[in-house]
Design a protein around this ligand. Structure first.
Ligand SMILES: C[S@@+](CC[C@H](N)C(=O)[O-])C[C@H]1O[C@@H](n2cnc3c(N)ncnc32)[C@H](O)[C@@H]1O
Length: 236
C-alpha cells in the first residue's frame, strides 16, 4: 500500500489527525522533555517530529522505505535529532531491551494482518520499554466499521469478524479523499494481546469532536454520536 504516491498523499493534512488526534495525543502524553520515545510504525514521521519538537529523544521505526524516505527528508531539511530505523515491528531486533520511557503506536494496528502478529508487536513493545514505561496506542475505534460511515466492507461483515479486510476512506483538509487497506480488530483482540504481553492497561479514551469543533469544522458533523478513535495507555 505504501507506494511513493500513497505515502506522499498521506503527508497532506487529514481532518481527524490534525484537529482531533493531535491535541488529544499531545495532552495525553504530557511533558516529553528528556523522555526517550520510540514511534513504532512511524510512517513519514508526522508524530515523531511533534514529539521531538517537545523535547523527546526520538526513534522512529517503520517497514516502508517510501515512508522512511519522507521522514528522513524532513529530518535532513530541519534536524530534530530523530533516528529512523527500517524494521518489522513484530521483530525489533535492532533495539535493546529496557530502553524507552515511552512507546507509541499510532494508526498502525489496523495494518496488521493477524492476531499472532499483534501479539508479537505488543511483546516487542513490552521488551523495549523500561520498567514502568508507558505504551500509548491511538487507532480507529473498533466500533467505527460497524457504522459503515466511510468503509468498503466484506459481504456479511459484523463486529466479531476479527481480521476482516476493509477499505477505509478519509477526507483530507484540501477536500481530496484518501483510502487505506486495513484489517478489523475488536476491543477483545487488543485487550487480550496487551495483557498477554504483560501490560497493565491504565486508561481508555474515545476522543470525538466537541460541539465547538463541529461548529468550527462542519466536516465533523457526520461524526456526532458516532465512535471515531480510541487511545489506550498501558504500563510495563
Ligand atoms: C497508517 S500509517 C501511520 C503512520 C504514522 N503512525 C502516522 O499516524 O502518521 C501505518 C504505518 O505502519 C507501518 N507498518 C505496517 N506494518 C508494519 C510492520 N510490520 N512493521 C513496521 N511498520 C509497519 C506502515 O509502513 C505505515 O507507515
Amino acid at each position: 500500500m505504501w507506494t511513493k504516491k500513497h505515502s506522499k498523499k498521506f503527508t497532506k493534512a487529514e481532518h481527524s489527525k490534525e484537529f482531533l488526534r493531535k491535541p488529544h495525543t499531545l495532552k495525553e502524553l504530557g511533558n516529553l522533555k528528556g523522555k526517550r520515545l520510540v514511534d513504532i510504525g512511524c510512517g513519514s514521521g508526522y508524530w515523531t517530529r511533534l514529539f521531538a519538537q517537545r523535547g523527546a529523544d526520538c526513534t522512529g521505526v517503520d517497514i516502508s522505505e517510501n515512508q522512511l524516505a519522507l521522514a528522513r527528508k524532513e529530518e535532513g531539511r530541519k534536524s530534530l535529532g530523530i533516528k529512523y530505523l527500517k524494521g518489522d515491528f513484530t521483530n525489533l531486533k535492532k533495539i535493546k531491551s529496557n530502553r524507552y520511557d515511552i512507546a507509541v503506536i499510532i494508526y498502525a494496528l489496523l495494518e496488521i494482518p493477524s492476531k499472532t502478529k499483534i501479539n508479537k508487536l505488543f511483546q516487542e513493545a513490552y521488551r523495549i520499554l523500561k520498567k514502568g514505561g508507558r505504551l500509548f496506542i491511538s487507532d480507529m475505534h473498533p466500533f467505527d466499521p460497524i457504522t459503515h460511515a466511510r468503509f468498503k466492507l466484506p459481504k456479511g461483515f459484523h463486529y466479531f469478524m476479527s481480521g476482516a479486510k476493509m477499505i477505509a476512506y478519509a477526507k483530507q483538509v484540501d477536500g481530496s479523499l484518501i483510502s487505506f487497506k486495513d484489517y478489523h480488530w475488536t476491543f477483545e483482540d487488543y485487550f487480550d494481546s496487551l495483557t498477554k504481553a504483560g501490560f497493565v492497561i491504565t486508561s481508555l479514551k474515545e476522543p470525538r469532536p466537541s460541539p465547538s469543533l463541529v461548529k468550527k469544522i462542519p466536516y465533523f458533523k457526520y461524526r456526532i454520536g458516532l465512535p471515531k478513535d480510541i487511545t489506550i495507555v498501558c504500563r510495563k
